[in-house]
Design a protein around this ligand. Structure first.
Ligand code: ADQ
Length: 459
């Protein structure tokens, strides 16, 4: 079997321990058969550097390219995160459409395609990740690459009428048709993409996820991403996890803990979640002083205006609930705008009676799976999960909520806090089996097996 070539905007950091299921899973796939991990170095430079940085670690080569300031602004903060991210998360209202930014996005895909092509050998398999590189397959084809190229989208693919709001959607759709296999998180995303290609690119549907489009035969399929469940269980039991839980317990005493942990992103439904917690306290006097909500939300993409606005809104909402309900010895919301090591998170998941995962839209959402994996099987907590997270497709034993329905989320928290142990155990067992079955190893194996069966027989 040929080498595996992974292309993602950010790679794991060469030479550093790889934390996190995805980085580890891709590393395992690469080191199993030897390969290349290609992407942005994380460096922003004044003027374009011609070549790439090459780092070899065991049987894996990292090939890293810098971005110029203009590229970082136009491609990364601009088109990828001000146009594609909001539209793919159904937020046309937050999108900024700029032809210049699209041109910059296309140019970075072109330059990266050229750099990547120089390293490809016959028999290699290319696996492209996410919305930063929708045009990378097309660029590789333009350089004559005929071998297999797979693509996995980590975020949702919206319905055709939402995707078509992108002024450049034709170019994007045309580019995506140059992959051989297109993997999505859920069947809903697969269906949206297929409908889009049929309506806007004259695609003809075939059996088994096949589509004939732009003279090629491409394959579409759902590959729900997962976590390393055993690792999370271990982390929850680790010294780091236990001591984090003990620190929080010292403060909250025997009050119940409701926990959220998300990147600070408008897709995660954080304002609605804080409002729901406020509503819970409005309507259930008996819970005042009895329950704590801990929200951990490290800021991300601070160069994008919508993220700065979100930060201000959250500061205001948390301040409001706390001002209304705090007492001399109790503060209802603890809101920490920073990240924590995975072991600390796992310990907090274990401590929390309720895991609140209420994105307005999310490709999958790994926090939901991590929360389940970290629970004590004898006395598990309850997952409250948005029906619009990809994770909900296979985690129906959670308390599913519409995250826009503030009253319903408040009631779900209330129900979760009251749930008898037998019901908690029963629901948790179903969820845990799913998290274990669809883990990250299965995800990458299924994808790579399907890639072998897609596209040209040769090359
Ligand atoms: P994200 O939008 O980043 O990922 P998610 O899947 O929830 O969302 O992954 C977040 C990761 O960050 C989790 O592993 C979590 O443990 C970690 N994390 C969260 N809060 C943290 C904190 N305060 N400190 C440290 N770590 C924290 C995108 C898509 C998702 C999709 C993944 C993988 O948006 O839908 O599930 O890719 O495909």
């Amino acid at each position: 079997m040929g080498r595996l070539i992974v292309a993602s905007n950010r790679t794991a950091t060469p030479g550093e321990e790889r934390a996190g299921g995805l980085a580890v899973a891709l590393w395992d796939a690469l080191s199993e058969r030897g390969g290349v991990w290609f992407g942005w170095s994380g460096e922003i430079v004044q003027r374009e550097t011609k070549g790439v940085r090459l780092v070899v670690e065991e049987d894996v080569e990292f090939i890293l390219a810098d971005l110029t300031e203009a590229e970082h602004e136009g491609y990364y903060l601009g088109y990828a995160n001000r146009a594609l991210w909001p539209v793919f998360h159904y937020r046309i209202d937050l999108a900024r459409f700029s032809d210049e930014e699209f041109d910059c996005y296309a140019a970075v895909n072109r330059r990266f395609g050229r750099l990547l092509c120089q390293t490809l050998r016959r028999g290699d398999r290319v696996w492209v990740h996410d919305y930063h590189f929708l045009l990378l397959g097309q660029e590789l084809r333009a350089h004559g690459w005929q071998g297999r190229i797979g693509f996995f989208l980590h975020i949702p693919f919206p319905p055709p009428e939402v995707f078509a709001a992108l002024p450049q959607h034709q170019r994007l759709g045309r580019g995506m048709a140059d992959f051989d296999l297109l993997g999505f998180q859920t069947q809903r995303d697969v269906d949206n993409f297929r409908r889009y290609m049929i309506q806007h690119h004259e695609a003809e549907p075939g059996e088994d996820g096949l589509l004939r489009v732009h003279g090629r035969m491409i394959r579409t399929e759902a590959f729900p991403i997962g976590i390393d469940a055993a690792e999370f269980r271990r982390l929850a039991d680790s010294e780091e996890g236990r001591s984090a839980a003990a620190r929080v317990s010292r403060i909250i005493g025997d009050r119940a803990l409701v926990l959220g942990a998300d990147r600070m992103d408008y897709s995660k439904g954080l304002p609605q979640r804080m409002q729901a917690f406020g509503r819970l306290l409005d309507e259930h006097v008996e819970l005042r002083g009895r329950v704590n909500f801990l929200q951990i939300a490290p800021p991300s993409r601070e160069g994008v205006g919508a993220y700065r606005d979100l930060r201000e809104e959250l500061d205001r909402l948390a301040g409001r609930v706390n001002a209304d309900y705090s007492d001399l010895d109790w503060t209802p919301i603890r809101y920490l705008a920073r990240g924590y090591p995975r072991g600390v998170l796992a310990g907090l998941y274990r401590l929390a009676r309720v895991g609140l995962v209420t994105p307005l839209h999310d490709g999958m959402n790994l926090v939901a799976k991590e929360y389940v994996a970290a629970q004590d099987p004898e006395d598990p907590g309850v997952l409250v999960l948005s029906e619009f997270a990809g994770a909900a497709e296979r985690m129906q034993a959670a308390l599913l909520v519409n995250p826009h329905d503030i009253g319903a989320v408040a009631e779900a928290i209330r129900w979760a806090l009251d749930m008898p142990r037998e019901e908690r155990i029963e629901r948790w067992r179903t969820l845990e089996a799913e998290v274990r079955e669809h883990d990250v190893t299965r995800w990458r194996r299924d994808f790579l097996t399907a890639l072998e069966q897609s596209g040209p027989a040769e090359g």
